[in-house]
Structures are given as C-alpha cells and as structure tokens.
Design a binder for this molecule. Structure first.
Ligand code: HEM
Length: 523
C-alpha cells in the first residue's frame, strides 16, 4: 500500500468512501424519483464520481508521451578510474558506497500515450536521483547523440516527426524533408534506421545523457562530462521484421517486459559510466565537445564506471507515479553543472515550462517529484497547493527573505565557487566544427553486416516515398559519410520503388500508401 493510501479508512479498512470521507452505501444506482427516474441533481456521490472521471486525464507529454516507470536504487563506486571521484566532483551522491533512491521513466518519443512500443524511434531514459542535496534528473535517451545541435530547431524537428497536421498520419516525406535540410542529423539518422532504432525492450538498452555537462570539485574546478548507462542484461535490438511480428501480437511489450521482470524479482541493472574531458574547446578534435550530434570516441575518452542502478519496485499507481513524474535538465545538485551545449540550455527552459502547463504550478509538491530531503521555500499558493514547506522552528508569518523575524535564511555558499569567464560578441551563429558526416561514416563502417543491411533496407523503403529532390540530398549526405553507404542506399531506393510499382500494379490500389513511412512499421 502506498504512503498516500494509509490512514484514510473509514471503519472497515476496505470500506469505499467519497473523497470527503463519507462511506458509500450504494455504488450501483444513482438517486432517482422512483425506480425509473428522472435523476436528481443533489446526488453528491454520483456528481463527484462522474466529474472526477471527466477530469482523469492531464495533457500528455508533447514528446515522450508513451512511457513505463520503476523505482530503484543507485549505488556509487566512489572512483573514476584509479582516482577517488572527489578529485573531479563534490556531488555527494557519487561518494564511495553511497546509496540513493531513484525513479526511472523509459519512453518512446513521437507518438501518443498508447502507441506501439515497437516503433522506430529513440527511447527516453530519464532518471530522478533523490539525493541528500535535493533531486538530480539525468534526462537521457538510448542513443548517444541527437538529430540537431541547436535548441532553436527542436519544435521543427518534432513537427516533422509527428503526424501530418492534415492527415494525422506520420509521413516519411515530411521527416526526410526536415533531415535533408539538416545535414547534422545524418549521424543520428544512421543509428535510427539501423536496428539501434528499435531496442528489443527497455531492460536491454543503453542510456545516455547525450548533452555535455560539467563536474565541479571542492576547489571550484570543472571538467566536461558525458554520462552513459550500460545494461547488465546486455543490449538487444530488433530487425524491422521482428518488430512487426511483435507489434502484431502485443503493442505494450516494453512496458510489460519491465513490469513482469521486476514483479518476478529479476531486477534490471545498469552501470553508469562517465567520459571526461578538460573544460576547454579542444581544437585538436575534429568536432566540438559541446556538439551533441557527435560521440566522444571511447578510445580517446574511456568510459569509467561510477556506480550501479538497480530497479526493484514497480509503481502502485501508473498515473500518480509515471504520468505525473516530471524530469528536467535543470535539476542538478552541487558538484554537477551545465555546459554551454546550446541544446542543453534550450532544454533546461523547456522541461519545467511544459510541466507547469502539463501537471500544474505545484508539480514539485507531488510525491513522485518532491525531493526526499529538507525542502523549505517561500513559495505559496497556486492551483492544488496542499503542502506548505515550512522549516522546523520557522516563524510561519514570514514568507519572504530577508527577515530578522525568524524566516528562512540563505544556505552558506560553497567555499570555492565555479565562476567561468566569458568574453565574446552576442551573435546568432552555428559552431565552427560542424563535421556533419565524418562520424556517420564511422558508425556505418562499425556496424555488423546485418545491422548495415537493415539500415540500407529501412532507408530505401522510406526514401522511396519521398520527392526525388529529398532523395538526392539525402544520398549526397550518405555518400559524403561513406561512398558505399550512398551507393547502397541509392540501390535500395531503386529496389523499393520498383517493388512498390509492382505491388500497385498487382493490387490496383495505386497511391494508397503514399504518405506512410517505414517508421510506422511498413516493411
Ligand atoms: C521530454 C523538450 C531534447 C530526452 C521532453 C518534454 C519536452 C522536451 C517539452 C516533455 C516533458 C514533460 O512533459 O514532462 C526538449 C527540447 C529539446 C529536447 C526543447 C531540445 C532542445 C532532448 C534530448 C534528449 C531528450 C537531446 C535526450 C538526451 C527527453 C526525455 C523525455 C523528454 C527522456 C521524457 C522524460 C520523461 O520520461 O518524463 N523533452 N527535449 N530530449 N526529453 Fe526532451
């Protein structure tokens, strides 16, 4: 029984009541004049029941609407390679042996709350750490990079991926129209159209913070850091055909797999790894360390395991815990900091903004989002405010600061603060080292044969549905990544176009599948 369900019984502990605490003696019949009606309007229990039902939904997340969640624990190793972690960060949660409760929400991105979990789509991997210094959210995806590197482009990216505003059907042509105007997406497209675009389930996938963050130590010195989750269950991805077979029988397989594994005590585990770079521009690299379309190569920037997460408890109420959970990239604790990664900065505004709209101004009072440590603010009121976060011994008349009358006081500053210095013109410019295609080529060459075959086939099927001008541009990007990549996608488009023509002739249903994409599960 969850905490919020305790101590509310009326007589017999299983007696049904209204939210006013009135025992319900008849939950089958509304009050009517005689057994055949009409109904009366003073029927409080009925009106409360039906009007609450009418309000059971909140807006779904604008992205990542479909998700599954679980509770667990993070245990820190206390080391980064051979060094104690304190050399690089003063964040207490990474101290040796420290255990921190966590809540994780996995998700797909593009479609609605009950869309199939077999779709070609990145997967969200958001972790809330309830640390002694307040909450830390690590809001990541399964893939290590992203489509774009500037937050300005995010609404356009998502509009192109979401269903067509007229037909309400996802369209490969709209998707590749955007990608063909955004060459920086080529690396992510290479992952997305390979089997890495359909993880077999949530337990057997990696996670990554994607954006670059900073760690700050007790001397106020910073390094750049990237985070990666490695599943101890191993990694497994699906071919398009396997995904379709699963989808034909079960479109909730990811949620079900996670719930059932935890239910039978087979707790999934991930190791958290960090990659570290000194905090500067790194002119020696052919990419910018703040560019989230790039991987930091493992050979140059090793993965250091810093802790292990175990998911060991299912939610007792999906809505209260999973749907109302709210993660954000701005939610950091002392010792963790932002980098100047432009995507990260844009994201940091967007998350809490959408949550004030989606859940409400007091979303941080909800048990799933509230910090499990000392919380004392001067914030008061707002819709659904129910918990005034006084400090012990506080003068409750004082809801402002400063005051000499016993109000809340500022915490002491850390001895050494991290104070980076900036000197530049205010501009609208992209970063210098764009290098759109280099790593896309590396990724193509690093795939196993079956992964490359899938990639080529999946791209051919979707691009065959696109305007030739879009095909041409995409082919030029793939060719710049790797000559073989471009050539094989071209052949694949030709093959898919030919097959489509044959099928249309055969079925005499010309044009019926025009706007649909392989992203929607078509072979
Ligand atoms: C969810 C915005 C990029 C991972 C969301 C939500 C918004 C958003 C508005 C819905 C949040 C909610 O309703 O609670 C943005 C913007 C981005 C961006 C503006 C770029 C400028 C990314 C990237 C990643 C990512 C690069 C991967 C690292 C996630 C995840 C969720 C999410 C995992 C779901 C969190 C949950 O389970 O509640 N994003 N996003 N986003 N985003 Fe982003």
């Amino acid at each position: 029984m969850g905490d919020n369900q305790k101590g509310k019984s009326n007589g017999n502990s299983r007696t049904l009541t209204t939210r006013q605490g009135h025992p319900v003696t008849d939950n089958q019949n509304i009050r009517t004049i005689g057994s055949r009606g009409p109904a009366t309007m003073e029927n409080y229990h009925f009106i409360e029941k039906i009007s609450h039902f009418d309000r059971e939904r909140v807006p779904e997340r604008v992205v990542h609407a479909r998700g599954a969640g679980a509770h667990g624990v993070f245990q820190a190793y206390g080391m980064v390679g051979n060094d104690p972690v304190e050399k690089l960060t003063r964040a207490k949660l990474f101290g040796k042996g420290k255990e921190t409760p966590v809540f994780v929400r996995f998700s797909t991105v593009g479609h609605g709350t009950h869309s199939p979990e077999t779709l070609r789509d990145p997967r969200g991997f958001a972790v809330k750490f309830y640390t002694e210094d307040g909450n830390w959210d690590l809001v990541g995806n399964n893939l290590k990079i992203f489509f774009i590197r500037d937050a300005m482009k995010f609404p356009d990216l998502i509009h192109s991926q979401k269903p067509d505003p007229v037909t309400n059907i996802q369209s490969a042509e709209r998707i590749f129209d955007f990608f063909s105007g955004s060459p920086e997406a080529t690396h992510m497209v290479t992952f997305l159209y390979s089997p890495w675009g359909i993880p077999a389930n949530y337990r057997q996938m990696q996670g990554s913070g994607v954006n670059t963050y900073k760690w700050v130590n007790a001397d106020g010195e910073a390094v750049l850091v990237k985070y990666h989750w490695e599943p101890l269950q191993g990694i497994r991805n699906l071919t398009q055909k396997e995904a379709q077979e699963i989808q034909g029988k079960n479109f909730n397989h990811g949620t079900q797999d996670l719930y059932e594994a935890i239910d039978r005590g087979d707790f999934p585990e991930w190791e958290l790894n960090v990659q570290i770079m000194s905090d500067d521009e790194h002119p020696e690299l052919d990419f910018d360390p703040l560019d989230d379309t790039k991987i930091w190569p493992k050979e140059q920037f090793p993965w250091y395991p810093v802790g292990k997460m175990t998911l060991n408890r299912n939610p007792v109420d999906y809505f209260n815990e999973v749907e109302l959970s709210a993660f954000g990239t701005g939610v950091l604790v002392d010792g963790l900091d932002f980098s100047d990664d432009k995507m990260l900065q844009g994201r940091t505004f967007s998350y809490s903004d959408t949550q004030r709209y989606r859940v409400g101004a007091n979303y941080l009072q909800l048990p799933i989002n509230a910090a499990k440590t000392h919380v004392a603010t001067n914030q008061r009121g707002g819709q659904m405010a129910f918990d005034t976060d006084f400090a012990e011994g506080q003068n409750i008349h004082v809801n402002y600061e400063p005051s000499i009358l016993g109000g809340l006081e500022e915490a002491p500053r850390p001895e050494k603060e991290y104070t980076p210095r900036y000197e530049a013109n205010l501009v609208r410019q992209h970063i210098d080292r764009t290098n759109h295609f280099g790593q896309a080529g590396d990724t193509f060459r690093n795939f196993e044969d079956w992964e490359r075959d899938e990639l080529i086939n999946n791209l051919g099927n979707d691009l065959a549905k696109c305007d030739p001008r879009i095909q041409e541009k995409m082919l030029s990007y793939f060719t710049q990544a790797d000559e073989e990549y471009g050539r094989r996608v071209k052949e694949s488009i030709a093959r898919a176009t030919e097959e489509k023509k044959k099928m249309m002739k055969h079925d005499k249903i010309a044009g019926t599948d025009g706007p649909l994409g392989n992203v929607t599960g078509e072979e």
